[in-house]
Design a protein around this ligand. Structure first.
Ligand SMILES: *Cc1c(COP(=O)(O)O)cnc(C)c1O
Length: 219
């Protein structure tokens, strides 16, 4: 199958999962994860109509997205990988959404950069729902306090929560936990679900899914 056919298949599976869950059509946003793929490959997805993309490295993104964004108005770029505070300026300049706010230092750096650049990004807090030591994200039990800190102390608008469930576990309970935490924190958006489980995530209330290999192929 060609990239554009795979993309259309993902769109139609999202439509079907929305229907099955009794959710409105087009209520779930597809973030096409283009990490490791070059600008020409990404252009095929843009030509097919995809406008929202995710990348997990600031430096890699700087090599392809300024040009792609200049070519096509309406591109929305999400940072979905871990962020170092020494990359905050570049991240704020290039991205529209940062999904990986997970500690005070990063939240402060992003708040300062947004002020300095006069740019407001949409932000998500990453939650380590499986409490995996190697994985980024705030602990579920600290999430509400951290969201309140970001809002109260730093004046940030936290739009949603994001999680990456442990690879070897049933993702359902992790998606359910993220939805419960979002309700507790009063945030409306849930970024959850990847190529292997985005239809399940939609059943649990995902408002955006981050799908890479099912669209672009194996990395
Ligand atoms: C790579 C990546 C994805 C996409 O994974 P696929 O399994 O290729 O769909 C989603 N979310 C994050 C945070 C990623 O790093």
């Amino acid at each position: 199958m060609e990239l554009q056919e795979r993309l259309k298949e993902v769109w139609s599976k999202i439509d079907a999962a929305e229907r099955d869950a009794g959710r409105p059509a087009r209520s779930v946003q597809l973030v096409a994860v283009s990490k490791t793929f070059d600008a020409d490959t990404i252009r095929l997805a843009i030509e097919a109509g995809q406008r929202t993309f995710g990348e997990n490295r600031v430096q890699e993104s700087q090599g392809k997205w300024p040009e792609l964004k200049a070519e096509t108005p309406g591109i929305e770029l999400h940072l979905i990988g871990p962020l170092q505070s020494n990359k905050a300026a570049e991240a704020v300049a290039l991205f529209d959404v940062i999904e990986t706010i997970d500690r005070e230092k990063i939240a402060r750096a992003i708040a300062e950069e947004m002020k300095r650049q006069g740019k407001v990004l949409r932000l998500y807090v990453q939650v380590n729902t499986g409490l995996e030591p190697q994985k980024a994200g705030i602990a579920p039990s600290d999430t509400a306090d951290f969201v309140n800190f970001c809002r109260g102390e730093l004046g940030l608008t936290i739009e949603g929560l994001m999680c990456i469930p442990p690879a070897d576990e049933n993702p359902g309970p992790h998606f359910a936990l993220l939805a419960k935490l979002a309700e507790k924190c009063g945030v409306k958006k849930l970024s959850m679900g990847m190529s292997g489980d985005y239809e399940i995530a939609i059943a649990f209330g995902a408002t955006s899914v981050r799908v890479g290999s099912a669209i672009f192929g194996a990395r």
